[in-house]
Design a protein around this ligand. Structure first.
Ligand code: MEV
Length: 423
């Protein structure tokens, strides 16, 4: 039987039973499960080598979003974050997308841009011509730094030259385009750019300063789309509400910042779970949103289909990798990759983009209908009940009562807990 990520009532199961389901879905070993059950699963000896001045670790909850079907394949999606409602919202939107056939996602080749800044140029035109005339030598020199990447089909593929007017005078900026395959590629690209310095200085008679990749990875994009049937969304009115919410974001940067933040709630949570540089993706996503069409725009797009359903899509730069970095050192990141079952960086990017779209759809749907506070209050009430000392099923009983009374407060939770235990 094909594996399904649609697991009704997953959220209602005790953690142990959720883990059992996950174990079966992702073929986890007993050792994997033991790791999931360790709340501080990052060993100090590993943490101490990941960054400097380590004094501890900072665990986050790891949740599993259900219902995702992408390109005809089912995924259970690990998400690491502190914010309530996000995993539930993603799972819910994925369930709706599933009714419309699931997500269709693509990703470009893993092309990163490395920038080399050249200043103090006596003759800009000659310098540019000299660089372009030696393009092949520069690309070959860059590739000599990373034979393994070249062997894998990647490496430097092209070199472009841009001319900038700046407050410190005119500059040339070289863009080295590097196919990083399954690596995020920051180290490979930066090393290549640094290596080119002497030759670039010789060719241009200028002075090279910065050599660093650009996080505006506009050549390394993922795209995902899905049809959300109007019947599953709550009818024509619901579709209308979502389209109006989208129009609001398109017309107003104040709203659009929050709209895109909601998208990144989902994207970042997948990236954190899988050990990615989520700050790089954040920077790229917002700059892409700001530069693609002029003003700051939504990363998603919505329209009504001829049948009245809602078609949603997302496109954003997604520089992620499965080789090198924390994804190789952090045991939980490795486990998240195993749970996802992704085999390439492009596949991971497709999943992250789909989750971003699902997250946005869920937010717009909730905001244009009952608002998000109701759902938030339910989860908040559970946290308050736990803080007041509730255990096991006491948590839900007290939370439900507080929500029904519209009195979600610590003192009320304590009162209810005392009553419950006396009964
Ligand atoms: C909250 O973390 C995210 C939302 O504000 C996103 C949105 O407004 O679209 C709910």
């Amino acid at each position: 039987m094909p594996k399904t990520s649609a697991i009704p009532g997953f959220y209602k199961l005790p953690i142990n039973e959720r883990v059992d389901k996950l174990k079966a879905f992702a073929d986890l070993t007993d050792q994997d499960v033991a790791l999931l059950r360790t709340s501080g699963a990052l060993d100090f000896s590993i943490a101490d080598h990941m960054i400097e001045n380590v004094v501890g670790t900072f665990p986050l909850p790891l949740g599993i979003a259900t219902n995702f079907r992408i390109n005809g394949q089912d995924y259970l999606v690990p998400m690491a974050l502190e914010e309530p409602s996000v995993v539930a919202a993603a799972s819910n939107a994925a369930r709706i997308a599933r009714e419309g056939g699931g997500f269709t996602a693509t990703a470009t080749d893993s092309i990163m841009i490395g920038q080399i800044q050249v200043t103090d140029l006596p003759d800009l035109v000659k310098a540019k011509a000299a660089v372009l005339g030696h393009k092949r030598n520069l690309i070959d020199l860059a590739n000599a730094q990373d034979p393994a990447l070249v062997k894998a089909g990647g490496g430097a593929k092209d070199l472009q030259v841009r001319q900038l007017k700046t407050t410190m005078g005119p500059m040339l900026v070289l863009h080295l385009l590097v196919d990083c395959r399954d690596a995020m590629g920051a180290n490979a690209v930066n090393t290549m750019c640094e290596t080119l310095t002497p030759l670039v200085q010789e060719l241009t008679n200028g002075r090279v300063y910065l050599r660093i990749l650009s996080n505006l990875a506009e050549l390394r994009r993922a795209h995902a789309e899905a049809v959300f049937p109007k019947s599953a969304l709550g009818g024509e009115d619901a579709v209308d509400g979502i389209l109006k919410a989208y129009a609001f974001a398109q017309a107003d940067p104040f709203r659009c910042a929050t709209h895109n933040k909601g998208i990144m709630n989902g994207v970042d949570a997948v990236l954190i779970a899988t050990g990615q540089d989520f700050r790089a993706v954040e920077a790229g996503a917002h700059t892409y949103a700001a530069t693609r069409k002029g003003g700051y725009q939504s990363l998603t797009h919505y329209e009504r289909t001829p049948g009245g359903d809602l078609r949603g899509s997302i496109e954003l730069p997604l520089a992620v990798g499965l080789v090198g970095g924390a994804v190789r050192t952090h045991p939980v990141a490795q486990l998240s990759v195993k749970i996802l079952g992704v085999k390439t960086a492009r596949e991971l990017a497709q999943v992250a983009a789909s989750v971003g779209l699902a997250q946005n759809l869920a937010a717009l749907r909730a905001l244009s209908q009952e608002g998000i506070q109701k759902g938030h209050m339910q989860l908040h009430a559970r946290n308050v009940a736990i803080a007041a000392g509730a255990k096991g099923d006491e948590v839900d009983r007290i939370a439900e009562q507080m929500v029904a009374e519209k009195r979600v407060r610590f003192d009320r939770a304590q009162e209810l807990l005392t009553k419950l235990r006396e009964a």
